[in-house]
Design a binder for this molecule. Structure first.
Ligand code: KMH
Ligand code: ZN
Length: 277
């Protein structure tokens, strides 16, 4: 029996706009609805960002709280993962505003890199600060790895005692400035993990669904959604992240795996059962 596949839905992000795809959610109500729909389609985890009503990225606690409250009010048991990456250019303390009560995981971006034409800054002291904040708040880190050297940062954090299991690794491949998406690169990264751990891949743009399919075959997990990709197929906009999740579910099943329920994802990722804290 193969391990269930954890599908993470990245429903909003910080960069994509409604001008690019009218389905991009902005308000807390819209973001929560997109998350709930993704959960119904088979996602176990939601990767959350927030927006101001005009679409600008927000790391305001009040926005994250409202989104999480609405997700739970709708009866969804999705694992809630809050972004500490925010948007390029945000000061680190502002980025940490997302780590509100109700969050179960938080992202830990493992290095500074070109992010398109701008620089996404994550100095070593920044990374340590985020890791410490996640630990203080009892959140399971998701390590965002955009390039091979970031696995060395992961190893360093482990050695220095800033990071301990359980943690999850997300290979975000295809960001202009990071490692490109492809089978050879993914296999190399998985082999380079410092210890056996659950890993997932988020392919950017047209690489999203092919990388999800590959991850399903290789025994990993996958992230899909509008944050990383606006299209269902060439020239066809996705009507929502839930449509992309449905595709990932089909891919998992073709590989002989079932999509993990939120409860199964919590067990796999070392997160306390909902309501047990
Ligand atoms: N918005 C990107 C610059 C995360 O969520 O932790 C960073 C990002 C990573 O989305
Ligand atoms: Zn993100």
């Amino acid at each position: 029996m193969q391990e269930p596949a954890i599908i993470t839905a990245a429903v909003v992000g910080a960069e994509v706009t409604r001008a690019q795809n009218p389905a991009v959610p902005y308000t807390p109500a819209e973001i929560a609805a997109a998350a709930v729909a993704a959960g119904r389609a088979g996602a176990a985890v939601v990767h959350l960002h927030a927006r101001w009503p005009d679409g600008r990225p927000s790391q305001e606690a009040v926005h994250f709280r409202e989104i999480i409250d609405r997700i739970r009010q709708a009866g969804s048991e999705l694992v809630v993962q809050c972004s500490t990456g925010g948007a390029v250019g945000m000061p680190l303390e502002e980025r940490l505003g997302s780590l509100v009560d109700g969050a179960e995981m938080g992202t830990l971006n493992l290095g500074t890199m070109n992010f398109g034409d701008v620089v996404f800054v994550n100095t070593r002291p920044d990374i340590v600060r985020v890791a410490n904040r996640l630990r203080e708040r009892g959140l399971v880190p998701e390590c965002e790895v955009y390039d091979a050297g970031m696995l060395d940062a992961l190893r360093w954090l482990r050695t220095e005692g800033h990071l301990a299991a359980p943690y999850h690794v997300q290979f975000v491949l295809g960001v202009p400035g990071g490692l490109s998406a492809g089978e050879r690169n993914l296999r190399f990264l998985v082999e380079g993990l410092p210890e056996p751990t659950h890993w997932s891949v988020a392919g950017v743009g047209r690489h999203q669904l092919p990388m999800a399919e590959l991850a399903m075959r290789l025994g990993g997990h996958a992230r899909v959604g509008l944050e990383d990709n606006l299209f269902l197929s060439r020239g066809v906009l996705a009507g929502g992240s839930d449509e992309l999740v449905s595709r990932a579910v089909e891919m998992a099943q073709r590989s002989g795996r079932e999509p993990a329920t939120p409860e199964q994802a919590r067990a796999l990722l070392g997160i306390a059962a909902l309501g047990s804290a």
